[in-house]
Design a protein around this ligand. Structure first.
Ligand code: FES
Length: 163
């Protein structure tokens, strides 16, 4: 994601400066909340609580409303993502071919749950809908890399490449 590039380049101060610019740009505009949250997420990679508070204060919107919007739309995330974002397809074809056991193996290997990130921020784990590679089911992505015809015993070797 392009957000990762921003994350690397910008330090905290620069991120805050950018966030302020975004808020200024939309302040007073109707329906400002979603675009502000989208831009904030592209600056930070996710929506930290401090950022939600700042937006609430500046746009004069209750924090509960921001939380509601951020949890309603699946493209918003309240948790940081890992350097390597693992996405396991849970679409029907993948499910039938054993996606659940792939997900279980990943949870065990990484010691995290779905939607979580490892404490060193290296890996995050998510389930996603059909990614259009049903012929390769079951499928997972690690960032842009696709892995197909997976079996649980292949997972450790794949993860080792990223460690
Ligand atoms: S169901 Fe997994 S790629 Fe289509």
């Amino acid at each position: 994601m392009e957000t990762k590039t921003n994350q690397k380049i910008l330090n905290d101060e620069e991120k805050l400066k950018k966030l302020k610019e975004v808020i200024e740009k939309y302040k007073g505009t109707k329906g400002a909340l979603i675009p502000v949250l989208q831009e904030a997420q592209s600056i930070y990679g996710y929506l930290p609580l401090d950022v939600q508070k700042k937006i609430a204060q500046e746009l004069d919107v209750p924090l509960s409303e921001i939380y509601g919007v951020a949890t309603f739309y699946s493209f918003f995330t309240l948790k940081p993502k890992g350097k390597y974002q693992i996405k396991v397809c849970l679409g029907t074809a993948c499910y039938v071919k054993g996606a659940a056991s792939i997900l279980e193996e990943l949870k065990e290997q990484l010691n995290i749950g779905v939607g979580d990130v490892t404490p060193d921020l290296k890996f995050s784990l998510d389930g996603v809908r059909c990614v259009g590679s049903c012929g390769l089911a079951p499928v997972m992505f690690i960032n842009d890399e696709v892995y197909g015809r997976l079996t649980p015993d292949k997972i450790k070797g794949i993860l080792d490449k990223y460690k």
